[in-house]
Write a protein that binds this ligand. Sequence first.
Ligand code: AMP
Length: 287
Amino acid sequence: MPTTLFHTQLEMSTLVRTWQDSHETVALVPTMGALHRGHLALVEAARRVSDRVVVSIFVNPLQFGPSEDFARYPRDIEADLALLDQHGLTDVVYAPDTSEMYPEGHSKTQVIVSSMASVLCGQARPTHFAGVTTVVAKLLNVVRPNFAAFGQKDAQQLAIVRQMVRDLNFPVEILGVPTVREPSGLALSSRNRYLSPTEKGLASSIYAALLRAQEKYLAGQHDARQLEQLVRAKLGEVGLEPEYVSIVDRDSLQPIEGEIHRAATLAIACSVGRARLIDNILLTSGS
Ligand code: AMP
């Protein structure tokens, strides 16, 4: 069956109601399109637990700052549909227009997970996570899924969405999906399209530095500052200057200053050429 394409909330919610009437479960995979194997891994995780899978494709203006890449963000709904068709696991693509999502041009109501939205990427992108949580809340209300899948690649987004769902009692289970990488280790991202081949090579140093720190951690180096320094030095060797390198509590995202005693995320944001890239690795005794 080819993937069905819906543009309106009415079409989407009407079909979901028929699924729910026949006791089928629904999983949502929210995306901004320009789909790649990372997105497909989310679809696969969704399909493993759910009878029906909806992929939403919406480049959400609310989560881009004024000088960010909203206008040039890659958009290719035909290619996205072809990829999902070939993959064969998605029932519906929900691709609303901006006017469908924001009929008044904006959303007066915003969902903000306060302390978690201002750290890490929130420092350089102060309005970004309010945009994310607001649109995710809206999508959860339109699709009313039993499950929603998010990538570990965006660890801050995943932690924030989990917190929002707990705080606001959304009746949905959040699935966190491991990061899909190129053979070089570079995390797949729609923004990798901005990279030249040389820049791609450089960008793979980001994961190499994360892995090195994880190795040190597993070998007994538990001092957060030392590990951050190690990552900065590794990136410096190839001329990369990260926006941040930070070790934070995996769930609360609050910075860890000294010894790491609990599950932590080592997160990086780093621009390479025109692309602002993010990546992270878990530091836990089982990692
Ligand atoms: P985006 O389209 O970039 O907004 O991403 C949509 C979803 O795909 C988010 O939950 C991302 O975390 C996830 N995602 C993006 N890249 C990857 C990847 N390389 N591996 C796993 N999930 C990813």
